[in-house]
Ligand binder design. Sequence first.
Ligand SMILES: [Zn+2]
Length: 244
Amino acid sequence: MTSSLPARASRLRGARALFTGREGGVSVAEHAGLNLARHVGDDEDAVRRNRELLEQELAVPVVFVDQVHSADVHVLPAEGPVPVVTADALVTDRDDVALAIMVADCLPVLLSDPVSGTIGAAHAGRAGLLGGVLERTVEAMGELGARPEELTASIGPAICGACYEVPEQMRAEAARQLPATQASTSWGTPSLDLRAGAVEILVAAGIALSAIDAEHPCTLEDERFYSHRRQARTGRFAGVVRRG
Ligand SMILES: [Zn+2]
């Protein structure tokens, strides 16, 4: 049962993965479209309706977290209701829920191991990426039986290295830990390529480069997505994954 919610599909083995955009929701003005976040000043009823549309699309309840740019991973209870917790990644082997991570420039990273039937979703901005959120997500999936060599990953729409300007010192600090993040903007100033950094981390964790789908648009350049850099007051789209 699929509805017609506009979303980008991604190739993940053993799971259905998608990235929503602005299209298809009921929010208006600066949140216009499918804003899925409650904390950004949007109308509560509009957000509730948008989340219902997403659940219809996935055909199961969608689990969100209160994201705080940490490296904390929440492993869902094996069954029963799922409380809303503060964390920046979700992991489960359940097939009766979908996992969602909300973003507007940060990386939404979705993972699946088709052999153990384990899925994960992580919110990786600069702080989370450097703090180890992706390594910890892969680790937590491992505790449920996932093996890195079986994992497939998708790194969704996010601000790109040619757009994500940062101070020189911030670039230097990030590059010491993750050399692949070092980049320059299209106008020649220091920047970070978070997507390249995420690929570097996932490959170091044992995931095959060929199993990583990293080809997704830049949120700052592509107005089909919310971008916090483009507009401080805006909505959040999501990366969502479910087994099957
Ligand atoms: Zn860009």
